[in-house]
Design a protein around this ligand. Structure first.
Ligand code: FAD
Length: 566
């Protein structure tokens, strides 16, 4: 163990052993604070064991267990109390010391300025940079700035993407008198499902992007800046300019972060030398141009570990590319590989046979257990970590002529570092009501929330009316009235003209929108292509974003219980 002194009164450490406690006592520490839940690791001493050890030296002991990424303001209050009660130097510990340092830093905000706190922590080896907005929010609040003369809205929506705009519109359709603010820094709004079609030359890029003004509902207050933190204990959202906005109900929908830097070399390589991704508006046309230009060689398509938005999109890009090469007579000269760290082509078994037929037709080399870990753009070499069934891993280099890469996907930093985050970093909500598990006047939907559905715009289409109804119930002092079944949809574009329309909910339950005679989602169909290429964009722009809930009627919890009791 190494005790990392942050101040004369506080030090942080990784897990303490008996010898460490003896040493800490000898060094004059008077209190030990354990910030680990019991049972995190095999062989970890329990809080009771550690309390007994501390008692042997006459030291006080406090157990304030927190999990990484989910430190609530209530935890900080407990830490601040414990630090305040201490009769001498305090030693906080967890698995690495990071949680102890984080709790100390948050407790200090309001007493010491945030930059000094961050510098102090950095000197002791703890990079707490991502905590900056939360520290600033706490400091401002303590100074009486944030939270005193704030404008209060009935609903504040963070994020004007698919989920945020659909929810604001659904709320206003039901109750036009609501005061709603949408916090959204972007000037444009994207229909991301269209990027697959741009990459195949089916859509022009411009049809997938509208101005934010065009989609922002008329009656909302658009706050044109980014949120940098959530302060749910005081019902506030902190903004990038240091101000804040207060809500009666919060709808958090800031999407997810595409972690382009998570794969060394990828960011620098994108957009030239054959490296592309349909996951960026500006790069989807480059995919189209690359595919049209490739006549022979090796094309690699990669998928990162789950969760990702639209889990089918990495392979959609591949099938459509293969279809173009097939038509051009080039497919026979191109080796196509699909690298996926998972073990299956698609998570819901019912759709796999139809997809496998296309894998065989296009001669695709499926490489499961294979994760893209580095890209050397100039040398045109991709490095993969290949994991065998026995768990052993080896690195494999694959030269390429074209690489379609999809980055790892994580919660936005300001979400991960907020009290709203759950263990995965995403916003922790009940998967049925979409209400936050700790803050009853907070809802979240879309890519940013923790629910285990397929992260898709189709999911947000169904979630938005549920959140709208439940948010209204909360405003009226009632419990949530609607629930969400995990519906998500992935129109798998297996060729230009046919789609395998995967529609499913929690646990992989098939939830087809149409009877099989009209559209059998487990088979490639022209009807599916019509839906994807013609109807869904219209449904998106004209219905979903306007609060017209086509194919998205919310399921009411009361109705089901009435039926049951009837
Ligand atoms: P987004 O639509 O990403 O919106 C998030 C919004 O939050 C953005 O406007 C952003 O500017 C804003 N924001 C970010 N940070 C902040 C901040 N700090 N403060 C305030 N605002 C912030 N879905 C389907 O249903 N079918 C498909 O076929 C399909 N194909 C896809 C193909 C590709 C290539 C991609 C990339 C996605 C695809 N999706 C598909 C997924 C779908 O687009 C997303 O799941 C959906 O957009 C999620 O909506 P959202 O509102 O949660 O996030």
């Amino acid at each position: 163990m190494s005790i990392m002194k942050l101040t004369p009164d506080f030090a942080a450490s990784a897990q303490l052993t008996e010898a460490d406690v003896n040493k800490a006592a000898a060094e004059g520490f008077r209190t030990i604070i354990d910030n680990r839940p019991d049972g995190e690791d095999a062989g970890q001493p329990t809080a009771a064991d550690m309390a007994a050890l501390a008692a042997r030296h006459g030291m006080a002991f406090e157990h304030i267990p927190v999990v990484p990424g989910a430190i609530a303001d209530a935890d900080v209050a407990k830490m601040a109390d414990a630090l305040g009660r201490a009769s001498g130097p305090v030693l906080g510990y967890c698995r690495t010391g990071m949680r102890a340092a984080t709790l100390w830093a948050l407790s200090e905000a309001g007493i010491t300025d945030p930059e000094t706190i961050l510098r102090t922590a950095a000197r002791a080896g703890y990079d707490l940079g991502p905590l900056r907005p939360r520290l600033a929010a706490r400091a401002a609040k303590a100074a009486g700035g944030v939270g005193t003369t704030l404008k209060v809205f009935d609903v504040v929506v963070v994020g004007g993407g698919s989920a945020g705009i659909a929810t604001a519109s659904s709320l206003l359709r039901r109750r036009p008198s609501l005061s709603i603010a949408v916090v959204e820094p972007a000037a444009t709004h994207d229909y991301q499902p269209g990027w697959t079609m741009v990459g195949a030359g089916v859509f022009a890029p411009e049809v997938t992007r509208h101005s934010m003004t065009a989609v922002m509902p008329d009656r909302v207050t658009w706050i044109k800046q980014a949120a940098t933190g959530f302060a749910p204990d005081s019902d506030e959202v902190v903004l990038v300019d240091g101000s804040a906005v207060r809500y009666r109900v919060l709808v958090a929908a800031p999407g997810l972060k595409l972690d382009w830097n998570g794969i060394p070399g990828l960011s620098e390589a994108l957009g030239k030398g054959g490296v592309t991704s349909n996951y960026r508006y500006d790069l989807a046309p480059y995919t189209r141009d690359l595919v049209r230009g490739l006549k022979r060689g090796r094309a690699l398509f990669t998928q990162p570990a789950m969760p990702i938005k639209c889990a089918g999109a990495p392979q959609k890009a591949m099938y459509l590319s293969c279809d173009i090469w097939r038509e051009a007579g080039a497919l026979g000269q191109i080796d196509v590989e699909f690298h996926n760290p998972g073990a299956v082509l698609f998570g819901v078994a019912a759709y796999v046979p139809a997809l496998m037929a296309y894998v065989e037709r296009y001669g695709i080399d499926l490489r499961f257990g294979s994760k893209l870990v580095a890209v050397d753009g100039p040398a045109k070499v991709a490095t993969f970590e290949r994991r065998a069934a026995d768990g052993t891993a080896e690195r494999v280099e694959r030269p390429f002529d074209m690489l379609h890469a999809v980055p790892p996907q994580v919660a936005p930093d300001f979400v991960t570092n907020s009290p709203l985050a759950g263990e995965t970093g995403f916003i922790a909500v009940d998967q049925s009501t979409l209400r936050h598990v700790r803050y009853p006047n907070v809802y979240s939907l879309g890519d940013a929330c923790s629910t285990p559905n397929a992260k898709t715009a189709a999911a947000t289409r169904k979630q938005a009316p549920v959140v709208a109804l439940n948010a209204l119930a909360t405003l009226d002092g009632r419990e949530p009235v609607a629930d969400y079944d995990g519906y998500g949809s992935c129109p798998l574009t297996v060729e230009r003209g046919k789609v395998v329309l995967a529609e499913f909910g929690y646990g992989g339950t098939l939830l087809p929108s149409f009877p099989a005679w009209l559209l059998d989602g487990t088979k490639p169909t022209r009807a599916g292509w019509m839906l994807k290429s013609r109807m869904l964009p219209e449904v998106y722009w004209r219905c979903m974003l306007k609060g017209r809930e086509w194919l998205a009627s919310p399921h009411r919890i009361e109705r089901r219980s009435q039926v049951r009791s009837a």
